[in-house]
Design a protein around this ligand. Structure first.
Ligand code: FES
Length: 140
């Protein structure tokens, strides 16, 4: 738990620059070795994203570096969606009152299924795959 947390901290501290993650992976020693080459093409795949306690019940949290928003519409039911607005591609900015909100032109998406609650977004936020292991949420 400490190593991935450290790597995530580095990523967040640098504002999510892909170069930072690449450097962290190289330092960790798995960039060119035999163990996990298939997961490297997606920067955040398989990495711890959050603790379940980070995600408010009835709300959610946006992970800008990973471009993912994780919600908890009902107790212990966690959902993940792309954080890229389907209107013109802004990153959504907040989660409030049951919706994921885009700051650019006012689109809103339901936290339960990513469907459009308010336009101009033309379609839902695509779902992202996560796994919940104990209190840890990981991108898959
Ligand atoms: S890009 Fe999100 S509402 Fe326009």
């Amino acid at each position: 738990m400490t190593l991935p947390a450290t790597r995530r901290t580095v990523l967040l501290a640098t504002g999510g620059a892909a170069a930072a993650l690449t450097a962290a992976c190289s330092n960790y020693g798995d960039n060119n070795s035999s163990s996990s080459s298939s997961s490297e093409k997606s920067a955040a795949a398989g990495q711890e994203l959050a603790k379940t306690t980070d995600i408010p019940l009835g709300g959610g949290k946006i992970f800008g570096a990973e471009k993912v928003v994780v919600t908890q519409p009902t107790k212990d039911d966690f959902k993940a969606f792309s954080a890229i607005c389907t209107h013109l591609g802004c990153t959504v900015g907040s989660v409030a009152d049951g919706t994921i909100d885009c700051p650019c032109h006012g689109s809103k998406y339901h936290i339960a299924d990513g469907s459009v609650a308010h336009g101009p977004a033309p379609k839902p936020l695509p779902a992202k795959q996560i796994t919940v292991e104990g209190s840890t949420i990981k991108l898959t």
